[in-house]
Design a protein around this ligand. Structure first.
Ligand code: NAG
Ligand code: NAG
Ligand code: NAG
Length: 539
């Protein structure tokens, strides 16, 4: 591959998108059309969800002591999400002595007095409601704000989830009686039959543990799916895989047999800590290649097999201080962008009433801050915002289909600056169409310009002479996220990392962008210079 005179530790991702300037309103219920979730008119609906927990010991939606539920729902919308994965414990609905507890009593029995005062102040209408009524009230509040809801059976016994052998992980575990589970699913599906914003139920979170096996998975998942569909034929049915929702590989050889169609969705979880600390101890490129490969084999393949795939949990320590998380996220966002998956980020929750014995637990994976008012870190929202819109799918005009160059570290795309043929980062919706040609040039369609490294290999820019080697870009490295180009003298330069289709993406610990220019865009040309090059461990 020649000498590497310099590494640009950038990754960009070239993906197909149709820029939709107007998001049409969704007509429910939802169904599936091959790998897409679609509305009643057959148009793609991309689920861009936040997880909102209501499955811990109090069995009350978190945060109600801090903020009125309508205000939370409005903020969910203002942050660009269209959906909530709302978690519930099985025993809430199968054990009448729990379901009929009032919110006040539920906190009292746990010795938690502060949330009582907080809920009295912020959500007085539910303080003496039963736990089930309070759960319904939150769903209604989301409905008033046009937020779709996935009801997620997170576990059986209320509390923090999930341990490998916590007795709550697989059918037949002490706390996981399959018949009781079917009863609970049926009751929940019935309770929300006719509530239009409840669009889906995920039947069980993160199956796992010593008892997990494929035969029981089919046996009970089919039963559960049929029971839910019978009780509520409108909703999508979401099934999780084995090994903490990391493995659905068995679907490849053995399909489910269901009596109904066009309602089945699979789900997947993927965190940085899924692989322990491996993003820190290994070459991040190798890790990205390896874990993406694994994920494609165990669940990503489903989209090609004609099933929608929802990444129902992913997330990072939003303070940006966890290197393992940061490296994982660049890779993760690349894959989610390329496959244009539906997703739910963990988590909305800024703090829990009680988690693992700690009252007022501060959730650093939470989009909201401890007080449930401030946004913990807006740069995280910026990074996922481009992924909140569908890139392609039924109902989106094929003629507008084109490529953009997505930059996972910022969530922005490469744009041409209006004044000169320079490059900058800006909103993906402002991107002109790019084309990756058979002769391996990256061209701005219609503009007669292509991306090239300058003769010295220190700068990337747009040029009109696209026939030379410095305009040819090829994918290299294990992650397939680096683009390389050859200089006139045969030296190879690398533009990026982090892309899977055809592009580049940026590593998190590297922030090469100078401060904002007057028009708000950040010049990228200088950032592509070798002088700002930093060698990263493992690259
Ligand atoms: C219902 O929950 C209560 C309180 O946790 C418990 O004491 C009781 O045994 C449960 N009942 C059933 C039938 O599981
Ligand atoms: C927000 O995230 C960015 C990127 O990870 C990080 O550099 C910054 O320090 C974070 N800010 C806060 C307030 O956590
Ligand atoms: C090729 O050109 C680049 C940029 O001028 C320089 O850094 C590199 O050393 C040259 N390589 C060879 C083999 O001459």
């Amino acid at each position: 591959m020649g000498n590497f005179t310099c590494f640009f530790i950038l990754h960009f991702l070239l993906i197909l998108v149709i820029i939709q300037h107007v998001q049409p309103s969704t007509s429910l219920p939802l169904s599936t059309n091959s790998r897409w979730i679609v509305d009643e008119k057959g148009r793609r609906v991309k689920l861009a969800c936040v997880n909102w927990a209501s499955h811990l010991e109090p069995m009350v939606a978190e945060g109600l002591s801090k903020r009125p539920m309508d205000a939370v729902a409005e903020q969910i919308v203002s942050m660009g999400f269209n959906c909530v994965r709302f978690t519930w414990p099985l025993f809430l609905i199968t054990n009448d002595s729990l379901g009929s507890l009032t919110v006040r009593r539920s906190f009292q029995r746990l010795g938690l007095l502060e949330p009582i005062a907080g809920i009295q102040a912020n959500n007085p209408s539910v303080i003496d409601a039963t736990l089930i009524e309070a759960f319904q009230a939150v769903v209604s509040s989301l409905g008033r704000n046009n937020v779709m809801v996935i009801l997620d059976n997170h576990l059986s016994r209320p509390g923090w989830c999930c341990g490998y052998s916590d007795g709550d992980g697989f059918f037949g575990d002490p706390n996981f009686n399959p018949d009781l589970w079917i009863t609970g699913l049926t009751r929940m599906a019935t309770l929300f039959n006719g509530v239009t914003n409840v669009v889906a139920m995920s039947l069980r979170n993160e199956l796992r543990g010593p008892k997990q096996n494929i035969n029981d998975w089919y046996r009970y998942m089919q039963k559960g799916a049929e029971a839910v569909h019978l009780a509520n034929p409108n909703i999508l049915i979401i099934l999780s895989g084995l090994s903490f929702d990391r493995d659905l590989s068995f679907i490849r050889t053995r399909r489910l047999t269901l009596t109904f169609g066009q309602k089945l969705v699979f789900e997947l979880h993927w965190y940085g800590f899924t692989d322990g600390n491996a993003w820190v101890t290994n070459n991040p490129n190798k890790m990205c290649g390896k874990t993406t490969d694994y994920t494609m084999k165990t669940s990503g393949f489903l989209v090609d097999a004609g099933y929608p795939l929802l990444v129902s949990e992913f997330g990072i320590d939003i303070r940006g201080t966890n290197v393992n998380d940061n490296r994982y996220l660049n890779c993760f966002l690349g894959m989610v962008a390329e496959l244009d998956l539906d997703w739910a980020v963990w988590t909305l929750v800024g703090s829990y009433y009680l988690r693992e014995g700690t009252a007022g637990f501060n959730e650093y994976y939470g989009i909201l801050d401890w007080n449930w008012i401030d946004i913990r870190n807006s740069s995280f929202l910026d990074r996922i915002s481009a992924l909140q819109s569908p890139f392609r799918g039924p109902g989106l005009s094929e003629t507008k289909l084109h490529k953009v160059i997505f930059h996972p570290s910022t969530g922005l795309c490469i744009l041409r600056t209006p004044s000169a043929n320079l490059l900058s980062l800006g909103p993906c919706s402002d991107s002109e169409p790019w084309n990756y040609s058979p002769r391996k040039t990256l061209e701005l369609k219609g503009a007669n310009l292509c991306l090239q490294s300058d003769g010295s290999g220190t700068t990337a820019m747009l040029g009109t002479v696209c026939s030379r080697s410095n305009s040819k870009w090829e994918t290299v490295s294990e992650s397939l996220m680096h683009l390389s180009s050859k200089l006139g003298n045969g030296t190879t330069v690398i533009l990026g990392s982090g892309y899977r289709a055809l592009a580049f993406a940026l590593s998190s610990s590297f922030s090469p962008f100078p401060s904002k220019s007057p028009d708000g865009s950040r010049p990228i040309s200088s950032s592509l210079s070798c002088s700002s090059f930093r060698y990263q461990a493992g690259y």
